[in-house]
Design a protein around this ligand. Structure first.
Ligand SMILES: [Zn+2]
Length: 83
């Protein structure tokens, strides 16, 4: 059990239809992503990343767009670009 009032955190809710896993976190292109696809591969710019990582970056950008940036957000290193 996590007691949120003892942690230095702030809860932000995204709209339930915000397409965090369908948006390319690099160029903003939106494409369909079947639930079975675990890797995001952008058909527009070639960006590739783990599906959940890409969605997390998009949620961070959503926070930034309203002036809130998670202080402890640290990107993972498993990102690659198709050449
Ligand atoms: Zn892209």
């Amino acid at each position: 059990m996590i007691v949120l009032d003892r942690l230095p955190s702030e809860l932000k809710l995204a709209d339930r239809f915000y397409p965090s896993s369908q948006l390319c976190s690099q160029c903003g292109h939106q494409q369909k992503m079947p639930l079975s696809a675990r890797r995001y591969e952008c058909s527009n710019c070639g960006f590739e990343a783990d599906r959940d990582f890409n969605a997390a970056v998009n949620k961070r950008k959503l926070c930034e767009s309203v002036g809130r940036v998670p202080a402890d957000f640290k990107p993972l290193e498993k990102i690659s670009y198709r050449q």
